[in-house]
Design a protein. Structure first.
Length: 681
């Protein structure tokens, strides 16, 4: 089990010898370094689903299909000790979201956008539905007779204009598309059809789905049943002006017979994820009083079933609650949150002291070392979860209340037998701005020799309100495999170090987070194995912002690679898919009300200082940081005569690594660009 402890503070000159000695002591390996097409060998476990009244665990085994260049998923089953591992669904199905019936006799799951059912006694499975859209948040009724789920429901709208004069059989241009909805496009989905997410009910033995909600509102899961099956609890933002209050959701009760909806919470801020306790007396949910900060930690609350008696269980915890699940006895909940980059699972009693069980939850974000993981409760004493490592993507593991546990799956042992990922070392150093402790990690090239000099890549996380941690990161590992030392850090603005630390850049981004990054580079240089003439910088999204910001403020890097960056905050807010959120929470005013603020923090304002050769890499279907941002910077650098290149990825959204070949292409282009400017003499 991984334990992260801060035992001392590393600055540019303190404790260099200790880490250097540790790095040089690593034994050379006979296994070759990772290769670009090894992305197709990656596998990871997700969505653990223990079977009630049984020792079986079903989970999703994710893998990469080389022929179709897609990530695929399949349900597998094993015993609680990891034995009897076997596939549950056919290879050709793309299966996910497994949910057991209350008695453990049947398993509902999503396969290729339809509901399927697996019968445990017979071992047979089959398609249960013919739905127009893919269902999500599937939930069984307590008696096992019904399935509730959320599904997008199209809204038919006719064009307001009908053009006359078209002769029979004539071929005209496609009709213009009329858009008047506020949220009309989303990254990864493109331009959205008209409609809303509604709650449906369907018999567990198949049949016609029944729509339970209506109106111009999006409804969200999870869906939690009343003990007698008479009602469902859900969250939604059912306000007419929801675009002006994008986070202001509430918890509701839906009476299934009458379709009456009762609002249970009422505060300014998000209230989400309702889950009833096993005895039906309490509803647990997450939420926060909205103060319009760029980052706000969501706490865990409980209230009675009628909405009364609301109280916080985590008021003393300065971290964001990412997930939770009731213990079967109803006396407490298992929760997960990030703390200093590490994913923790803890037991939170309704009364009493919180107990941390493990701090190695994660491993799902296999491209870069982002936090985030999943877990499921086996019983009152044990949890099965996605276990993180710096050397491989997520495997399943089990942990008990006393913190002991074991790894259950070994999905990546073929990759690890074939290749040698670079070793990862934790580092702490002081910020030159205010002496704050800044956290980071170093990836060493395979067969690292501390007596030699290596080029350094600074890789910057996005967000900016996210966190890197001690996790496997294929993109960074591929850079290290080419002979580079790679540094990644959590500068101010990062999450998991308390809400105040994250909001040091509130209405002030980028700013001193740049200094924290440069201090990290200095700290690694002080170790003595970095060639100071071969420093490179890269990052994606928010990391692309800080990459272009950095080269506008220093010439210390020989080359830069900015991945899907924001260059101009004014144009970004008016082009991004989440424009109603960004304009309210990231900036003090609308762009035309305070253009000076937007430009002050925009990398485009400092492009006149840039001398660093710069590569730009963005998906053409990116609606989060649109490619128009990349084009602005490319053309500005061309006007200045700075060596630059632009890589456009056809069909790719903001999540560039979704297609394995793009996952390969991104680090390959970054290394190509850096090699071009290395001082190889």
């Amino acid at each position: 089990m991984l334990t992260i402890k801060k035992t001392c503070l590393y600055s540019a000159t303190v404790a260099v010898a200790t880490l250097t000695a540790a790095a040089s002591a690593w034994a050379e390996t006979s296994r070759p370094a990772l290769q670009y097409d090894d992305v197709f060998l990656l596998e990871f476990a997700s969505d653990p689903a223990p079977r009630p009244q049984s020792a079986d665990i079903v989970f999703v085994r994710n893998w990469m299909d080389r022929q179709t260049d897609r990530r695929r998923s399949r349900l597998w089953q094993m015993q609680e000790d990891g034995s009897q591992l076997q596939p549950l669904t056919p290879l050709e199905q793309n299966a996910s979201q497994p949910v057991w019936s209350p008695d453990g006799s049947r398993l509902a799951y999503n396969a290729d956008g339809q509901l399927h059912m697996y019968w445990a006694d017979s071992g047979r499975s089959g398609q249960l539905s013919q739905l127009p859209s893919s269902p999500s948040n599937v939930s069984w009724s307590p008696d096992g007779e019904w399935l509730a789920f959320i599904m997008f429901t199209p809204e038919q709208r006719s064009a307001p204009v009908s053009l006359p004069g078209k002769p029979p059989g004539a071929t005209w241009a496609e009709a213009p598309i009329y858009i008047d909805s506020r949220q009309y496009r989303a990254d990864g989905a493109g331009y959205l059809p008209a409609g809303y997410r509604h709650i449906y009910l369907m018999a567990a033995d198949g049949g016609t789905p029944i729509q339970l909600t209506s109106g111009a509102y999006h409804h969200s899961g999870p869906l939690s049943w009343a003990p007698d099956g008479s009602a469902l609890y859900f969250s939604a933002n059912r306000r007419e002006d929801e675009h002006k209050q994008p986070l202001n959701s509430e918890i509701y009760r839906l009476d299934i017979e009458s379709r009456a909806i009762t609002q249970l919470t009422d505060r300014y801020g998000p209230d989400n994820n309702p889950r009833l306790s096993p005895n039906g007396e309490w509803i647990a949910f997450t939420g926060v009083d909205d103060r319009k900060l760029a980052h706000q930690n969501h706490g865990l609350y409980v209230m009675r079933r009628d909405g009364s008696g609301v109280r916080s269980l985590t008021a003393d915890l300065d971290q964001h609650i990412s997930g939770f699940e009731w213990a079967p006895n109803g006396n407490g909940l298992f929760i997960n949150y990030d703390d200093r980059g590490a994913g923790k699972i803890a037991y939170q009693p309704l009364q009493g002291e919180r107990r941390v069980l493990t701090d190695d939850l994660g491993g799902l974000a296999y491209s870069r070392p982002y936090s985030g993981g999943q877990f499921a409760v086996l019983d009152n004493q044990r949890v099965v979860y996605t276990q993180a490592s710096t050397q491989r993507p997520a495997e399943l593991a089990v942990v008990t209340m006393n913190g002991t546990g074991s790894q259950l799956t070994h999905l990546n042992r073929d990759l690890l037998r074939k290749r040698a990922p670079g070793k990862v070392e934790e580092i702490w150093y002081s910020s030159s701005v205010d002496n704050r402790d800044i956290h980071g990690w170093i990836i060493y090239p395979p067969n690292f020799d501390a007596s030699k000099k290596y080029p350094l890549i600074l890789e910057i996380h996005g967000g900016p309100h996210t966190a890197y941690g001690p996790y496997f990161a294929m993109e960074l590992q591929l850079m290290a495999a080419q002979g580079y030392v790679v540094l990644y850090t959590n500068p101010r603005g990062s999450t998991s170090y308390g809400e105040d630390f994250a909001n040091l850049i509130h209405h002030n981004y980028p700013s001193h987070d740049y200094d924290d990054l440069m201090d990290g580079v200095d700290a690694v240089i002080a170790k003595g194995f970095i060639n100071e003439d071969e420093l490179f910088i890269t990052g994606g999204s928010g990391g692309g912002v800080l990459t272009t910001w950095s080269i506008g403020h220093t010439d210390r890097f020989r080359a830069a690679a900015a991945i899907n960056p924001v260059i101009n905050w004014y144009s970004f807010v008016l082009n991004a898919d989440m424009y109603n959120y960004f304009s309210q929470y990231w900036f003090p005013d609308l762009p035309w009300e305070n253009p000076e603020h937007y430009l002050k923090h925009s990398p485009i304002s400092y492009v006149g200082n840039v001398n660093t050769p710069t590569l730009l890499f963005t998906g053409e279907a990116d609606h989060r940081t649109p490619i128009s941002e990349t084009e602005q910077y490319y053309q500005a650098l061309q006007l200045r005569g700075v060596d630059t290149a632009m890589v456009r990825v056809p069909g790719a959204s903001h999540a560039l690594h979704t297609r394995p070949s793009n996952h390969m292409a991104k680090p390959a282009y970054v290394i190509y660009w850096f090699e071009k400017y290395r001082n190889k003499d």
